[in-house]
Design a protein around this ligand. Structure first.
Ligand code: ATP
Length: 250
């Protein structure tokens, strides 16, 4: 454990949240994240506070649906941005290995330095875990239609040809563009009102680390896919927030 981690008292009521924040800060210092990464994280943290920093029942149901759809997919891909890699690289490598599918690094603000740092981090973790997960994204050779500039870049053997894409913490435009390509888009986002949440095929309103740990447990159970109603799932998450907030001080 680093000196910084030692400074957080494990008995602090929000210890886990503070430790997650530190992971984002540490990844930023290593050059893995854009300057806006902590702002995006903060928005998620605020929703997690309202949700109670726990996996709520509708999120667990959505996680089972995600497992089912990843398992039945012909060509699934895990599309990871900087924050997802900073927070849960170990878990996502394990999931990719369980599904025998690639991970593609897909970042909004693409620079060679950031891509290099993220690729190096994932490759190091791959080796440390003794896994052989294919890591894509370093040499984009295709484009997501409708997205201008570097954020539309992707790899033909990965996101471009995939039928099912898992997108933790995705930007709304890109989520919509992937849905427009006819893919099943599985979103992880603590904000049930974000554009990604509303546009995804299945949305899990949960913190990405908790989601990834749950998914690792659920994949071996091989749950069946259902007729998923995503709006109903989002409404359940919103109801959880409003119901736990109502009459809080009376
Ligand atoms: P959209 O474009 O979909 O409306 P946005 O512009 O608000 O979303 P971004 O800033 O692109 O979103 O991405 C951050 C999103 O990721 C936010 O919706 C936030 O709630 C969510 N988020 C941030 N950290 C986490 C986390 N650790 N786990 C799950 N979701 C998170």
């Amino acid at each position: 454990m680093s000196d910084e981690e030692n400074l957080v008292d494990p008995s602090h009521p929000r210890y886990h949240s503070l430790m997650i924040r530190k992971k984002v800060a540490a990844a930023g210092e290593k050059g893995m994240l854009a300057d806006s990464a902590m702002i995006a994280h903060g928005r998620g943290e605020a929703f997690d506070y309202l949700i109670g920093e726990q996996t709520i029942p509708s999120a667990l149901a959505a996680t089972k649906e995600v497992a089912a759809r990843l398992l039945r997919a012909r060509k699934p891909v895990l599309s990871l941005n900087g924050n997802a890699i900073a927070l849960a690289s170990q878990e996502f490598l394990t999931i990719a290995s369980q599904l025998n599918c690639p991970i593609e690094i897909n970042i909004f603000y693409r620079t060679p330095e950031r891509m290099g740092a993220l690729l190096a981090h994932l490759k190091l973790m791959n080796t440390k875990l003794g896994l052989d997960v294919e890591i894509l994204g370093g040499v984009p050779d295709a484009r997501i239609p409708g997205l201008e500039g570097p954020r539309g870049a992707c790899q033909s053997s990965g996101i471009f040809e995939a039928d099912t894409v898992l997108v933790p913490l995705e930007d709304g435009d890109r989520c919509e563009a992937l849905v427009g390509m006819g893919k099943e888009v599985l979103v992880i986002d603590l904000n049930p009102l974000s554009r990604s949440s509303k546009r995804g095929t299945v949305t899990v309103v949960d913190e990405v680390t908790r989601f990834a740990k749950n998914l690792i447990q659920i994949i071996p159970e091989r749950p069946p896919a259902t007729e998923w109603n995503n709006i109903q799932g989002l409404q359940s998450a919103l109801n959880h927030i409003t119901e736990t907030m109502a009459n809080k001080f009376v």
